[in-house]
Write a protein that binds this ligand. Sequence first.
Ligand SMILES: NC(=O)c1ccc[n+]([C@@H]2O[C@H](COP(=O)([O-])OP(=O)(O)OC[C@H]3O[C@@H](n4cnc5c(N)ncnc54)[C@H](OP(=O)(O)O)[C@@H]3O)[C@@H](O)[C@H]2O)c1
Length: 218
Amino acid sequence: MELAGSRVLVVGATGVLGGLTACALAERGAQVALAGRNPVRLAALARDLGAPPARSFEACDLDQCTSLATWAARMLSGLDGVLVTVGAMGFGAVEDVSNAAAEHLLTVNALCPMAVLRGAAPVVADKGFLLAVTGTPPEQSHIEGTADYTASKAALSGWLGVLSEELAPRSVSVLDFRVPHLDTGCADRPLIGRPPALPPGADALKTALSLVEGIASA
Ligand SMILES: NC(=O)c1ccc[n+]([C@@H]2O[C@H](COP(=O)([O-])OP(=O)(O)OC[C@H]3O[C@@H](n4cnc5c(N)ncnc54)[C@H](OP(=O)(O)O)[C@@H]3O)[C@@H](O)[C@H]2O)c1
């Protein structure tokens, strides 16, 4: 897809990967709308990018997530793509994770991106794209203490696969962007538990650039 002049909503723009991706998209000439939780980082990013539309949201408010695409389409006079980089890690042996913590993790990692893209599906232009960041394939992710996190990303991945079939008649590309462990520090701010010793993460800027390349070639 041609990025120059395209209108793209970035949900999770206050995170490391989301912020880098929003900047890379803007550098390629896309008009972006930003959605993020942290109001200070959201305002700083909007300032850096020349004051595009920006809105705060909370992942656990699913109706708010669903309304983001309609808002962005209004602000940008149309919408060619949506990408969701919201996510959080969670650690703990299955028996140690409370149902409330598991529900929170599943909501942030799966239900929130699904709610955003549910709202975006009828709004995005034909031949546009919808993207969410998942993780390494589940078969490579059987790290002890990550069962609920792994389940949340696998759920999102399966959902995206079906959405892709549903939107194929309109030539909307549904992209499941699977990233490995990154150097964003995400694992050091888990929703629950403590991270195990992890190897150094892959370069987030390179990952953001390859994400944007993936959209450009979709
Ligand atoms: N880093 C890794 O090793 C790794 C590996 C596999 C997959 N991923 C995935 O890659 C994506 C980007 O992660 P990252 O590494 O850039 O981490 P990050 O910097 O921590 O970004 C995570 C984003 O999720 C947002 N978020 C978390 N909880 C939220 C909530 N309750 N409401 C609204 N927003 C919420 C954060 O908002 P705030 O900015 O307000 O905190 C932030 O924008 C995520 O989907 C993550 O799961 C990362």
